[in-house]
Design a protein. Structure first.
Length: 325
């Protein structure tokens, strides 16, 4: 706490020597960054009592009102901020967000476009304008602005995910597949990753699969091997490591490692043993009895949305119910 107060004091002293508007920006950003919304709201409310015509105070007060879910009053103050200084892209962008909270979506769009006229690289406006178009089912426009935001920030979570959704709506399936893979490169775990994998699998792409391990769903890359061999490809290490860490922690879970290799039972067996060997070597606390092996010389048949997919080589991880104490 002392460190935070000391940092804030230094910022304010510096700002006092560089101008009043900068002071408010430093203070406002400080309160936002440290989530001190009540203090921030109180500070700028007092500033507006001193000078109701200060655009920066109107803007920050509106921001804090939004955070306190007082959207109607926030809209009033953000409108005033824009009226007092219509050359600030941040003001227009947050006014747009206030409009969206009031479900005034056309005005929301107009405000983002005004922000982008001031600063064509305003990331928040690019991303949220794309959302606005997506919700209006204008998927081509949504895609256009998601692409622009990704040029500025290639790991933008919302833009990566919604770019793929937009391509899905447009039925541009080859591009959709690439978009989901790009998303998963940055965000390979979590609920949205699981959804991305389901979209991919529906497209007939099995670069990733969702596996039920214990009570959780685990997204893993397809386990790959060197051509004609049972040597695990390095690209699969991260997925096996994730599985190993979970088994290392959840000691009551056993799994079945199931390998399918069409018309080659020996290679199927060696691949299953390679996976087991990797996990036991990397995670010696895992008992070998917890890793059951099965192998088949047939293809794996997957049925997804009433469509049949035949996988000549395939690896499954099947969780066995947690053992009782």
């Amino acid at each position: 706490m002392r460190k935070i107060l000391h940092t804030m004091t230094l910022f304010i002293i510096l700002a006092l020597f560089t101008g009043c508007a900068i002071t408010k920006t430093v203070v406002g950003d400080f309160y936002l960054e440290h989530k001190k919304y009540d203090s921030g709201q109180k500070y700028f409310k007092n500033k507006l009592k001193e000078n109701n015509s200060d655009a920066s105070s109107q803007y920050y007060y509106g921001r804090f009102l939004l955070l306190k879910k007082n959207e109607k009053e926030a809209l009033v103050h953000l409108k005033k901020a824009v009226a007092l200084d219509n050359k600030n892209a941040d003001y227009h962008s947050w006014l747009a967000i206030a409009y969206s909270r009031q479900k005034e979506y056309n005005k929301e769009r107009e405000a983002y476009l005004k922000a982008l006229k001031i600063n064509k690289n305003h990331l928040q406006s690019l991303t949220y304008l794309a959302h606005n178009y997506y919700e209006a089912k204008e998927y081509k426009n949504a895609l256009k602005y998601y692409a622009k935001s990704l040029k500025l920030q290639k790991f933008n979570h919302a833009s990566l995910y919604n770019r793929a959704l937009s391509l899905n709506k447009l039925r541009r399936m080859p591009e959709e597949k690439l978009a989901w893979l790009a998303y998963l490169e940055y965000y390979p775990s979590g609920l949205f990753a699981q959804k991305a994998v389901r979209f991919l699998n529906t497209l007939g792409s099995f670069d990733y699969r969702n596996h039920i391990i214990g009570i959780r769903t685990l997204t893993l890359k397809n386990i790959r091997f060197e051509n004609f061999e049972a040597t695990i490809d390095n690209s699969s290490n991260s997925s096996l490591d994730l599985l190993g860490k979970i088994l290392n922690k959840k000691t009551k879970i056993d799994i079945h490692i199931v390998v399918y290799q069409q018309n080659n039972i020996l290679l199927a067996k060696e691949k299953a043993k390679s996976i087991q060997k990797y996990l036991l070597k990397k995670y010696p606390n895992i008992d070998a009895s917890r890793l059951k092996l099965s192998w088949f010389d047939t293809a794996k048949i997957l049925l997804i949305n009433k469509r049949k997919y035949i996988r000549g080589e395939h690896v499954d991880f099947i969780s066995i119910n947690e053992k009782k104490k």
